[in-house]
Design a protein. Sequence first.
Length: 365
Amino acid sequence: MPPKKGNRRPERVIGDPAVMDGFFAWTRKYLEWLRVRAFSERTVQNRRAYIGFLVEWLGERAVVRPGEVTKPVLERYQRYLYYYRQKNGRPLSFRAQHQRLVAIRAFFRWLARQNVIPANPASELELPRLPHRLPPPVLTPDEIEIVMKQPETSSGVGLRDRDILETLYSTGVRRAELASVKLVDLDMERGTLTVRQGKGNRDRMVPIGARAIQWIRRYLEDVRPGWALLPDEGLLFVSASGEGLDPDWLTQKVMAYVRQAEIGKPGACHAFRHAMATAMMDAVADIRAVQEILGHASLESTQIYTHVSIQRLIAVHAATHPASAKTAGAEAPPEAQEAKAELLEGLAADAEAEADVPDDDDPLG
């Protein structure tokens, strides 16, 4: 059964409440400021945790007020993060170090703007460079189909789980977004799913395919009515006891099906998101359309899928490389010929656009 929401450990206190103008009071005010400005609760809790780590480290060194923090102190903390070892003996990744330092820099920037401190000691703190890495091996469409067949759809639980897999793959939504989807968010006639309060508190509408809708219809007709509790909260996917699904539970559930499929690749909910985006890029989808579906605020986040979309690279390579199909005496495949034509058209358009740009030295330009 999915774990019930709200069963969290008590939050630990940040700073000493007895210290006047200490971290205890200012951290509470900062977190309140974030909530008032509609930052997501997840962002608030992450900031709270990262600031808490710093305050605990500072307290061990008798630094209990924001005004006592200097740039050298923060640089020492940065070195501490670099050498820190977790319980499993592993160091913090550079991404994890980066996240902690970004939160600290934002906190001290806020303190300076509130005139709590005369200057921001973190303003010139140099963050670690983030490695540019590709995502884990992407599940191919054939591998996705193998995973899809793992739930036993003759049972209510299996039918619901097949719906979850279909929805993840069809829409590319995140696990938390899936868990919060309500019945009113699904428009089966138009083939759309509305994601409300997604990452960054942004709403968006995404397409959902006919196959996913077909499976959802079965679930809504045969399973959900017998599970829903009264009063019904209206969540699309619920447990057999009528409760909402926890995102962490979704991860474990989907991960189990991927393992059960024995395809030789790891993955959970996000693997379906990667697979969908990569398949669309392989089919030459417009990158901005993929960005809109995924809900990325920046195009840079979406561009990762242009790197993992190897089929397009293969087509361009076959169409243009002198040692490819041409030297083997074979005609390039149709997709390679299309890629070549597309490439030549693009080069011609670029040349035409460049010719229209006047010289900086041209007095008439």
